[in-house]
Design a protein around this ligand. Structure first.
Ligand SMILES: [Zn+2]
Length: 53
């Protein structure tokens, strides 16, 4: 019995609130991610936070 558990986290820019990135979550990472990513809307690096679908 194989259960498919693919966690895909959506990263949303904290500045413009647009979602730009998707990342694969592993089981080990249960905490909310916060990553600095380049936002194409802000044209700079901004903090991106994980949101739940
Ligand atoms: Zn942005």
């Amino acid at each position: 019995m194989a259960t498919k558990k693919k966690k895909r986290a959506k990263l949303v820019c904290t500045v413009c609130k647009k979602s730009t990135y998707f990342t694969n979550k592993t089981k080990a990472v249960e905490e909310k991610l916060e990553l600095s990513k380049f936002c194409k809307y802000d044209k700079k690096h901004t903090p991106h936070k994980e949101v739940k679908k």
